[in-house]
Design a protein around this ligand. Sequence first.
Ligand code: G1P
Length: 284
Amino acid sequence: MSIDVVVLPVAGLGSRFLPATKVVPKEMLPIVDVPLVQLAVEEAARAGIRDVVLVTSASKRAIEDHFDRSWELENMLATRGRQELLELVRGVLPAGMRVTAVRQPQALGLGHAVLCARPVVGNRAFAVMLPDDLIDSPAPGCLADMVALHARTGACSLAVEEVPREQTGRYGIVSLAGERITAVVEKPAPAQAPSTLAIVGRYVLPPDIFDVLEHAAPGAGGEIQLTDGIAALLGGHDFRPHRFAGVRYDCGSKLGHLQANMAWAFKDPALAAPLRAWLQQHLS
Ligand code: G1P
């Protein structure tokens, strides 16, 4: 029953962060000094997950390299006696975790990206995390709570949060009956949105979704949508909303990325005081 595999779709172009993302994958952009994708893997580790499946594309090799050993760098740090940095570099992939990369040959949508992970995930219930959605939740974290819900009840779940009605066109939107999700629709216009409860990038899904995605027609934006795959399963599966505690930063947007950097900087005692002083000076 326990979830031991997470899929990280990281094949996207990152056009909102060009030119920074011309050669650097957007998931490698740092929050202070840790790449977004590493923060996602650390959250997965706290959820007890062992297998990470990266769904990548041609220009994303840096992500695989990030989670691989770097003998040259490690040797250099060891020779120079930089023990602390050596531990930092060795700890990029949490102990006991394994990374597999699969390619998404064409950018056909999030549903298609998840389908590309099928050969590795197989017949297991699994998690999906979108590294752009950085969730600052009390430990052990948003995904850990969703994995625990699955272990307790067998329920699948989607992380959700309220959004302003004028923003429904950016999200998958859910309808609820009590604590059950009864419908999901991808990027509805505000007037058509059945609610203002939006899906954010954490999912616990049954393996049956692969069969649905295999035969899915393109949906919103002409893409094969994960939301449409979930919609097709709602009749036969228990899907629950997970209203996580804490704050979610949309690191796919410049403002969200800056806010996340500030929030993480304030967690670091060496940065918090000088940053606060600098802000006070510049805001007055
Ligand atoms: C994706 C999903 C959408 C979800 C969103 C959360 O959209 O398709 O349902 O609400 O992530 O960030 P995207 O941001 O890739 O357009």
